[in-house]
Write a protein that binds this ligand. Sequence first.
Ligand SMILES: [Zn+2]
Length: 201
Amino acid sequence: MNKIALLKLAWDMMSSNDKWAIFYRRIFGCNKDPPNKIQFWKDNWLGEPLVDCLGISDDLLSALSTLCSDFILDSRWMIPTFISNLFPEVSRRIASTGISSNMDKLIWLNSENGILDLRNAYIKVDSNPPGPSWCKLIWANFIPPSQYFLVWRLFHNKVPSDDNLQQKGCSLASMCSLCRSSIESFEHLFLSCPFATYHWC
Ligand SMILES: [Zn+2]
């Protein structure tokens, strides 16, 4: 029950414009008031964050702070050229996303009104049971953040391998740069590539 209440509290702190929420956001270093400006690259306004869609390196995340509103002019999307050229499917999805004159706001997915209530919080917590013991190993202090984040991305199929980029609509030719005998996919790179099997065996 504590997890449900904490999830609801965290949501309210992020999304509410009540005085107590504004106060706590300032106390904890979040000065975005109103808090609901949507970040173009990092927020999940397109179904998944653009940094994941485009396979953008984690090293660049801190430099990507522009908002969705920065890419809108006269109620039209100003899509960066490299996205249009290299990721036509992503570009199409952006172009088909409606633009509203209303203020941005956070939406809780799988909720009828976009608001997280206790019932939705219970469903979310209940559908995410405690992870297996390997989680403690992956998130251990002695492992560098860049490496345990890579493992996290592997488990969630978020690695920007060629096959993943192709599924996002990126038109590119693919070949494993190690063995040059197969397309570059997650399964090939880490499991079936001769170089991988040599490493594991
Ligand atoms: Zn290979």
